[in-house]
Design a protein around this ligand. Sequence first.
Ligand code: PLP
Length: 388
Amino acid sequence: MRINTNYQNLEQSYLFANINRKVAEFTAANPDKSIIRMGIGDVTLPLVPVVVEALHKGVDEMSKKETFHGYGPEQGYDFLRQRVKEYYEKIGVQIDLNEIFISDGAKSDVGNILDLFDKDNTVLVPDPVYPVYVDTNTMDGRKIVFMEANEANGFLPLPDEGVQADIIYLCSPNNPTGAVYNREQLKAWVDYANKQQAIILFDSAYESFVATEDLPRSIFEIEGARTCAIEFCSLSKTAGFTGTRCGYTVVPKDLGPLNTMWLRRQTTKFNGVSYIVQRGAAEVFTDEGIRQTRENLAYYMRNAKVIADTLDELGIWYTGGQNSPYIWLKCPNGMKSWDFFDFLLEKAGIVGTPGAGFGTQGEGYFRLTAFGNYENTVEAMRRLKELL
Ligand code: PLP
């Protein structure tokens, strides 16, 4: 037996462990100081009523012989895939039912899709980045090329014709930067990918936060994307499913063999998402489900606005905060990410996430999130104003 030695090339991630250690040390030394966590990457509001009701019904069905469900279709039940198809139609995107694959979330599919690609492909990822793209390719031993996201390009890097790539990761609205590509920018990526015969792995886990008219929520809104893109989507942030687990991936048939390869991969290695969860998920896409989940999103976006307004007042440069639950700010006075972390924790009791933890280009930046509660967000921003 020989192990996969590529695992030895994974960088240890100390980011959240370090944050937790520093916060624990601070609270032990200052038990009376109140701490506000603005680094949460998880939702905090519960599932909406229509989803909860459907989940209960699903459990009841499973309890009776006549309505019990055993193994389901690996691609997901048609009742849910049909709803996903209609959800896309609302933004003018036509996809076939057989192009939709229901999953237990975007993270699994983003990692698993790599089964379809040769290990010799070159991978292009932005820096800073959601670490899963880098780690999953490192595990397979693929060559990774980084593209710089920075203040000059608004943390939205565009294709460089001089760079050859086979697999390209794009995430919009972005984690960690909150930046969102517009149509023109995505078109540039689609044209580049088609020219290079590359594939874009498009992570749209935060699509439901896009509120600005005319910003794309799906890469399939862009002409030419069907021949070069796979899209990963999730109910995690859209509908608070981080603990319930459900997502969907769209693999167009225009991608040659990839649609049937993914079907084969899923039918071989995956046995589908639970019937009960899919019943709950289907409600997310009804008119009432959309209305209720949008209320939760509006709550988070009110927090985001409080943060963005404060940074505007303080004259601090940032991306996100609009169309995204993340706010990516430039540390004041040229401070480094971890120095700003310590400064905020010690002087204001605010915990955020140092940008350096997401890549070398994240140094000097800092991520705040809008997933906390409103009163705490207001209080944190009051403290920030007082401090700066
Ligand atoms: N993609 C991005 C960019 C994320 O930030 C996250 C979660 O934080 C995911 C995917 C994972 O989503 P899921 O919960 O559906 O696995």
